[in-house]
Write a protein that binds this ligand. Sequence first.
Ligand SMILES: *[C@@H]1O[C@H](CO)[C@@H](O)[C@H](O)[C@H]1NC(C)=O
Ligand SMILES: *[C@@H]1O[C@H](CO)[C@@H](O)[C@H](O)[C@H]1NC(C)=O
Length: 151
Amino acid sequence: MASNSIRLSSLLFLVIFIHAKADLSQPKETKMTLYFQDYSGGPNATVIEITGQPNGLLSFAKFGAIFCTDDPITEEFDESSAQIARAQDYKGSTLEVQGSSAQFERVREVAVVGGTGKFRLARGYATFETIHYDHALHYAVIQCNVTVLHY
Ligand SMILES: *[C@@H]1O[C@H](CO)[C@@H](O)[C@H](O)[C@H]1NC(C)=O
Ligand SMILES: *[C@@H]1O[C@H](CO)[C@@H](O)[C@H](O)[C@H]1NC(C)=O
């Protein structure tokens, strides 16, 4: 799992380098593997449905259902490993992902359609795979691999 830290350090280096050069001719590729710590219920839920019944069960299969997520994002599988972002933002920089994420597919692929801050003009793709699920705790760990081109 040390490779995750190495990957993140090289990302930070890359970001500083890009910032100094501000070179718009050559997009850089960044690959990251991140872990979303996701609670879909209980007192500390990190995902809520913002359409439909406010306190009902989350119904991912319901047509028109929209969810708002603020999962802690960690460097490794372990929930207590270093938190490096929230599903909301990464130190003020953001990646915008968009697409159809079929909840019960093993791997969901979505497009990265843009970004801000360190990820300006980003485009690429991300995969989400639920690698752990505890029904009683409504707790899931979702492994997210992101590949983006950005400046
Ligand atoms: C919810 O979060 C609080 C504060 O961090 C913690 O004390 C509590 O144990 C958590 N509850 C559950 C069910 O995880
Ligand atoms: C995501 O990356 C991890 C680590 O490189 C790899 O083990 C896993 O198979 C990848 N998942 C997908 C869906 O490509």
